[in-house]
Design a binder for this molecule. Structure first.
Ligand SMILES: Nc1ncnc2c1ncn2[C@@H]1O[C@H](COP(=O)(O)OP(=O)(O)O)[C@@H](O)[C@H]1O
Ligand SMILES: [Mg+2]
Length: 441
């Protein structure tokens, strides 16, 4: 289960940070309870992951109010909301459970509209802000609007909201409070975590509690968390996902587990092999394990090569099985303990993940156009080009100019040297332009 859900505070008093915002929210709710709210709606706004949605629901829970989620993009829902919003006048309100509650007892319904700043795109002008404004004007029930961007909400048609609503800002949550929360979660999960690690998590999340909890959970596949695990945090989700899979592949001694991880990961085999190649030495300490692992890897590589040459993609699965299952069983015993893995050097210079495939495709398109062949066919030329570029920077620079390659596409061909060669290409282009200027008659 996702820890952000598991540890979502049920009561406002458990929401950390934002003392002032919580007080204002409480004050407003008490006004409603007494039946004389100064504003009928509040806008909770601020960065993601600081507790806006949580606070709205926690408030309802604390006051024993029923929550009605409002969804502006749904027409039927909108009518139902209108009806509910308008029927608060009578003393008795019928709950969703069919039981009457007296509104004198404060049995209100809290109408919550989350992501209110995205309204326009979702529902258009009519279903969007206009409808909200009308609802707020007439409502007999408290309304909470939630937005990341206050100004997006009150711009244009939304201007009226400024006067109709009480705006409450949710600020970033302080590092100390986040560390304390993480510590508490660790205790509840029976995890022993180095305080320096929690500190690093809290620093990195920059006031975003949701990210902090997610980061913690992503590292907590073992009961003892050390401070060097912070090196995992620098990566985006996709990269982290790959690291996690890599860990399970390289730690496992069981072929099927390793192969299943590869399937789950859904990464192209020619990427995956780079990751595995880069990280086998980090994990495998015994020389004979290493040698055997690389044997499997090179066989996988042969299959990959055939896949491309023959355009026979059935071979892909063999390659994948060899590089994961094969490498996993290549070791005699398990390697315990934490290993910090590395990003493949070859890929380091470019933004990774999905972009990788896109870049390769774009590159193939450009090559195809130049060589008058399909981009699928052009994929075949890439390894050859890579080989030539490896030892010939000048050639690489000229290719970059001829094909009008972006830096990323160039990086695909030349790896770590891309920046350098790109600059060289730029200089070359300039020079050619100048000579063109002087040469024309
Ligand atoms: N102030 C907070 N106190 C405790 N947990 C929080 C806080 N803010 C966020 N969280 C955690 O992050 C998750 C997402 O928070 P949420 O309220 O949806 O953020 P927002 O609506 O501001 O983007 C919650 O389920 C909870 O686990
Ligand atoms: Mg939210």
């Amino acid at each position: 289960m996702n820890w952000t859900e598991k540890y979502r505070p049920k009561s406002l008093k458990d929401v950390i940070g934002n003392k002032k915002a919580k007080e204002e929210l409480l004050k407003w709710a008490r006004e409603w309870q007494r039946g004389n709210p100064s504003k009928k709606a509040v806008i909770l706004y601020g960065k993601p992951g600081v507790g806006k949605t949580t606070s709205a629901y926690a408030l309802a829970n604390d006051f024993k109010w029923e929550v009605i989620e409002m969804n502006a993009s749904d027409e039927r829902n909108r009518e139902a909301i209108m009806r509910i919003a308008l029927t608060g006048a009578i003393n008795e309100t019928l709950g969703i459970d069919g039981v009457y509650r007296s509104s004198k007892e404060g049995a209100r319904r809290l109408i919550i509209l989350d992501e209110a700043d995205n309204l326009y795109e979702k529902a258009g002008d009519f279903g969007g802000k206009r409808a909200i404004i009308e609802t707020i004007k007439k409502t007999k029930q408290p309304i909470v609007l939630i937005a990341n961007d206050y100004y997006e909400l009150i711009k244009g048609v939304g201007q009226e909201l400024k006067n109709l609503c009480k705006a409450i800002e949710f600020k970033k949550v302080s590092k100390t409070e986040i560390v304390a929360l993480l510590k508490r979660i660790c205790q509840l999960e029976g995890i022993e975590a180095d305080i320096a690690l929690l500190d690093a998590i809290a620093t990195r999340c920059d006031g975003d509690v949701r990210s902090a909890i997610n980061d913690l959970q992503s590292l907590a596949y073992q009961k003892k968390l050390t401070k060097d695990m912070a090196s995992y945090l620098g990566y985006r989700d996709r990269e982290r996902e790959i690291f996690m899979a890599l860990r399970r592949i390289l730690k496992s001694k069981d072929m099927r587990t390793a192969i299943r991880e590869a399937w789950r990961l859904d990464e192209s085999p020619d990427n995956l092999i780079l990751w595995i190649d880069e990280n086998i030495p980090a994990e495998y300490k015994r020389a004979d394990d290493l040698a055997k692992a690389y044997e499997f890897l090179s066989r996988a590589d042969v299959f990959l090569g055939r896949t491309w040459r023959r355009q026979y993609y059935g071979l892909w699965s063999y390659a994948t099985e060899l590089m994961t299952g094969g490498v996993a069983v290549a070791k005699k015993g398990e390697y315990r303990g934490f290993t910090a893995y590395h990003f493949p050097k070859w890929l380091r210079s470019m933004a990774y993940s999905r972009q990788y495939r896109q870049v390769r495709l774009n590159l193939a398109k450009k090559i195809g156009k130049f060589m008058h062949c399909s981009s699928k066919k052009a994929l075949d030329f890439i390894p050859a080009l890579q080989k030539i570029c490896e030892n010939n920077d000048d050639f690489a620079a000229r290719i970059a100019i001829k094909l009008e390659l972006s830096l990323e596409e160039l990086a695909f061909l030349v790896g770590d040297k891309a920046n350098e060669i790109y600059k060289e290409a730029e200089a070359l282009k300039k020079k050619e332009k100048q000579s063109l200027l002087f040469n024309f008659k």
